[in-house]
Design a protein. Structure first.
Length: 712
């Protein structure tokens, strides 16, 4: 952190705590080191009002407006600080600075009234284009779209690098984003610009715009982008400064639909964060099988069919069918990952974000439309290809991947085998199309947009210039973990938290799961809550016969070495399920641990009779017999276990005891060595059970001799 950033951080800390006087003092220190005359004049104006208010307070004047005035000054200092912080960011980063300067040099007047007229004019001009003669229509249409795309891209960049908004600007922009006379694609793109700007520097007006657009817009795609924007922008650090943030969100939570969409969004974010892990699974486990079992030879610039081997059908008549079954199974696994929410295309399309198309930031977020001027010549070349048309309409891709797809596909199209090309032309080739009834659902639209965002923040060359909501660790999910925020504690959203905890547990995200559980209010601490927190006694107070709570309690007692109490709990479980083999076996293990070998063996012989092929039962039986000095019977069991195809290391270790105690020292040495496995270098495999050795009369001298024999 640079000196400038450290000083700005000190200002932010005083603001976060809601202290106007200290924040003003820190701002003065900053401006003394980094002078900005206009900012200093504004700060002095705020300071004068603060000192006047303070002087009245010191005189004991009872001002009923004191709290309101103080809070207003706090917000004014924050706006001043935020503009300074944004100015610092623009100076520090060349891409943002270049964008900021370019759009303001190209256009001096950014009146929203004029901008709205231009955007509405575009819709009118498109409609009027139908009246143009056919021979001039295409050329004029392409020019119209080109001019409009340039204008909207500039507006995107202007919003992205804009300072803190006034209420008036916010109101005008809100109306622009919900107006039925503005193209939905333009509104979606501008919502993304507001989101990126808001993530870079918190602005309550921009936040309010996104919340209100989500609440008021009739366009599903616009609403979902706004939802993602304000949810990722929630900040606990502005709680003192802007209580309005909580008020805005709380007003939404009375709607069941809002709660459900927020829950879906939180879960989709978790899947988003697993994109690179899923890509690794696909590349290492799935793709090798797909490549091995298909009948195509894929090169860097061509796809060719492999020639059939005439001897294959003679020597291996079943191979072709088996290969097809394997191919279907592997592909099915990838499709299952997609259905569960995985971003299975991130790895493949991440290599296709280097096209010049993605040099413009706005193109990472623009909804896919065939008239986009930057892909028009690609579209013209692919015109009439049913496969491409279907993929662009119903392909399981986000918008930026669709642009990547059409740019890349036209480059390899001529190198695809003719018969496959013909299939594509006729639309007989498919690739995981999304059912039509899912395409316009909020969940699908939102997931596709999250993919666009994720790709931008992971792959854009100047991504380090942006505050990245996906910049997470295994223990801290940052902005992506909004469900555990204070403003949702005790809210109508709380009953939905269980779904998210289950997903986090399934994804092995234990720390985020714990934080989310910590955010539960007392009223929502159900049996499930106590089980997740391993507070089994509290869970059993609510439901004395809850099987999961009893099972967890028994396991916890066993791990703590409280075997008698664990056994009592297994007895409670056996009252519920008298013939449950797992509970009976665990009780038997407890009996062995408490050295009640007679009762343990009764249970184990019964289980072994009922389940002769259960190796877990056999192993516990062998150990119980060994501990009970029934060497001959134990020896037979371990002979069988070590003769299996993949014996466990413990089987060799315990068989070594049998041999040792029977006087077969050389056999014992060999068995101990076979237990070494991959741990031979650090010798940690040779962990003796000294209590058992003592019971069998093995002296310390004999132990040292055995250790030397095994390790030499």
């Amino acid at each position: 952190m640079t000196g400038t950033e450290q000083q700005l951080y000190r200002v932010a800390e005083k603001l976060r705590k809601g202290n106007v006087g200290l924040a003003i003092a820190e701002m003065e220190t900053y401006l003394a080191a980094y002078p900005q005359q206009q900012t200093l004049e504004r700060l002095n104006g705020i300071k004068a009002e603060y000192e006047l208010m303070r002087d009245y307070w010191r005189r004991g004047v009872n001002d009923p407006q004191l709290d309101q005035l103080y809070h207003h000054l706090l917000q004014r200092v924050y706006v001043l600080y935020a503009n300074v912080a944004l100015y610092h960011r623009l100076r520090q980063y060349p891409t943002l600075s270049g964008i900021h300067n370019r759009v303001r040099m190209e256009r001096k007047d950014w009146s929203l009234t004029d901008i709205r007229k231009e955007m509405e004019g575009f819709i009118s001009n498109i409609a009027m284009m139908e009246l143009e003669p056919e021979h001039t229509r295409q050329e004029k249409s392409e020019q119209l779209y080109k001019d409009h795309q340039t204008a909207v891209n500039n507006l995107f960049c202007y919003v992205l690098t804009s300072r803190m908004w006034t209420d008036g600007v916010g109101n005008d922009f809100e109306e622009l984003l919900i107006s039925p006379t503005i193209d939905s694609n333009d509104q979606q793109l501008l919502v993304s610009a507001v989101t990126l700007s808001l993530l870079n520097q918190y602005d309550i007006v921009k936040f309010r715009v996104l919340v209100n657009v989500y609440r008021r817009s009739q366009e599903v795609a616009v609403r979902q982008r706004a939802l993602v924007g304000w949810a990722l922008s929630l900040r606990e650090s502005v709680r003192e400064i802007y209580p309005e943030q909580e008020e805005l969100v709380t007003s939404l939570l009375s709607s069941k639909t809002v709660c459900e969409e927020l829950t879906e969004l939180q879960m989709q974010l978790v899947y988003c964060l697993n994109a690179e892990k899923d890509t690794n699974t696909i590349q290492k486990e799935i793709m090798p099988d797909l490549i091995k079992n298909n009948n195509l030879k894929i090169g860097p610039f061509s796809i060719e069919e492999k020639e059939d081997d005439p001897m294959e059908d003679i020597l291996h008549p079943e191979a072709s069918e088996q290969r097809m079954e394997k191919l279907e199974s592997t592909f099915g696994r990838m499709m299952d990952m997609q259905k569960q929410g995985s971003d299975i295309y991130f790895g493949g399309f991440s290599q296709m974000k280097r096209f010049p198309f993605f040099y413009d930031i706005s193109n990472w977020f623009v909804p896919f439309y065939l008239q986009h001027p930057d892909i028009k010549h690609f579209v013209n070349r692919m015109q009439g290809n049913k496969f491409v048309e279907r993929m662009m309409k119903a392909g399981p891709f986000c918008n930026s991947d669709k642009y990547s797809f059409i740019i890349a596909f036209q480059q390899v199209f001529d190198h695809i085998p003719e018969n496959l090309r013909n299939l594509m032309q006729r639309g007989e080739a498919t690739m995981g199309e999304v059912p039509e009834d899912e395409l316009d659902t909020p969940a699908f639209i939102r997931r596709a947009y999250l993919m666009d965002l994720y790709r931008f923040y992971r792959l854009f060359p100047s991504r380090n210039e942006f505050v990245n909501p996906f910049n997470t660790t295994s223990v801290d999910l940052g902005a992506c973990e909004f469900f555990s925020l204070w403003l949702f504690k005790g809210s109508p959203l709380e009953p939905y938290k269980d779904q998210v905890v289950r997903l986090l547990k399934r994804k092995k995200m234990d720390e985020p799961a714990v934080r989310l559980l910590d955010s539960y209010s007392d009223d929502h601490r159900s049996v499930q809550y106590y089980i997740w927190n391993e507070l089994y006694d509290q869970a059993l107070e609510l439901e004395p016969q809850n099987e999961r709570a009893l099972r967890g309690k028994a396991r916890k007692l066993f791990e703590s070495g409280l075997f008698d109490e664990a056994m009592d709990t297994y007895d409670e479980l056996l009252l519920l399920h008298p013939d449950n083999a797992t509970y009976l076996l665990n009780k038997a293990v407890c009996l062995v641990k408490t050295e009640d070998f007679e009762e343990a063996l009764k249970l184990l012989y019964r289980l072994n009779y009922e389940q002769p092929d259960n190796d877990r039962v056999t192993r516990v039986l062998g150990w119980a017999l060994l501990c009970n000095h029934q060497l001959e019977q134990a020896d037979k069991i371990y002979q069988r276990l070590t003769a299996m195809e993949n014996p466990m290391d413990d089987d060799w270790h315990n068989y070594a005891y049998c041999c040792w105690f029977s006087g077969r020292i050389d056999e014992a040495v060999n068995c101990f060595r076979k237990n070494a496995g991959p741990y031979e270098e650090d010798k940690s495999f040779l962990l003796f059970d000294y209590r058992l050795l003592e019971e069998y009369g093995i002296s310390s001298t004999q132990i040292k001799l055995m250790e030397a024999a095994v390790l030499s």
